[in-house]
Design a protein around this ligand. Structure first.
Ligand code: ISE
Length: 333
């Protein structure tokens, strides 16, 4: 069976997904694309051989020739487009975050629960990254005892001026929220956000530093620095009772020059997480063909969103904020 996919939004991530889909995902067919910028949609369609360019996102959702939809349009559009896919009964891979507020995530959960079948997957692709998968396997082996602390670094080369501390939380740190929940198999109960005071008065471009506590009593600290300058660098160390395990980013070569030995950093997440994006898409298409589900669910999208919402409050009020999730419907257990 071939799964016919439509993509809404072909900016940085959507176009990357389109290329991965046609080159590396057996059983998938790229049927149609839409983008708010028609010229960009045309360009990506020409490059990837997508059948048609749709003038309206809902034309993709309601196209009878499309079996599944990938949403990679701006964050603020995710909720409504996901709800439209659910109304059309179509499987959807929605880029993170699921929605800007926890309440909007709950709207998606309510709609999916009513349908009674998991159709929504959230693009928290790190769950497919070989380094995180191996870290989870080491933890699961029990050799290191229980996890106590998880140190997470998230550094980007640079971000545009409008990418403020709030977005560092809602757009970047959400990856850490999701992967830490997945790794530790628990939820967060408290968060406090700090910012180095030695930064620009408006805080634009400055790092945010979060300390979170899980329901299992573990501590997670997250540094998100979107203007680190030197490279895209995501690190993680899980500290356990009898040892620790750290992530290794993929390294393909090492250079020796001018008395220095070194490896290089990718400019952004597409290089670091290329395998994760590919494995995520392959798993998504396989799950659609098999009629089951995989990856982060709408509930996981909500949990990350609720954590982000509490972190935003802590950012403004400078105090620890409790994170309380709604009761998890049986459907997502
Ligand atoms: C971006 O939107 C992503 O999803 C990347 O994975 C993340 O590292 C980056 O910080 C975000 O802005």
């Amino acid at each position: 069976m071939s799964v016919r996919v439509g993509i809404i939004g072909v900016g940085v991530m959507g176009s990357d997904h389109a290329r991965t889909l046609i080159a590396n995902v057996p059983g998938a067919q790229l049927r149609s694309l839409h983008d708010a910028d028609p010229a960009r949609a045309r360009m990506v369609a020409d490059e990837t051989g997508a059948g048609t360019v749709a003038g309206d996102p809902l034309a993709i959702v309601n196209d009878k020739q499309i079996d599944a939809v990938l949403i990679a349009s701006p964050d603020s559009t995710h909720r409504n487009l996901t709800l439209a896919c659910l109304a059309a009964g179509k499987p959807v891979l929605c880029e993170k975050p699921l929605a800007p507020t926890a309440q909007e995530c709950l709207d998606v959960i309510a709609a999916e629960t009513r349908i009674g079948r998991r159709l929504v997957q959230i693009g928290y692709m790190r769950r497919f990254d070989p380094a995180y998968v191996e870290m989870k396997a080491v933890l699961g082996s029990g050799r290191l005892g229980q996890a106590l602390m998880f140190h997470c670094f998230h550094r980007n080369v640079s971000a545009p001026p409008w990418f403020d501390s709030r977005m560092a939380i809602t757009n970047s740190a959400v990856h850490e929220f999701d992967i830490a929940r997945w790794m530790l198999d628990g939820d967060f109960v408290k968060v406090q956000v700090f910012r180095p005071t030695a930064t620009a008065p408006d805080g634009t471009g400055a790092p945010v530093f979060l300390v979170l506590e899980t329901s299992g009593g573990q501590l997670v600290n997250i540094e998100t620095f979107n203007n680190a300058g030197y490279g895209y660098d995501v690190r993680g160390e899980l500290v356990c009772e009898k040892g620790s395990v750290s992530l290794r980013a993929p390294v393909n070569s090492e250079t020796n020059h001018a008395l220095v030995h070194g490896t290089s950093y990718p400019p952004d997440w597409r290089g670091r997480f290329a395998a994760a994006y590919r494995l995520q898409l392959q798993a998504w298409i396989r799950s659609i063909a098999a009629g089951n589900s995989t990856g982060a669910s709408a509930w996981d999208g909500y949990a990350a969103g609720a954590t982000a919402e509490a972190a935003l409050l802590s950012l403004v009020e400078g105090r620890p904020v409790a994170i309380t999730l709604d009761e998890r419907p049986r459907f997502y257990r």
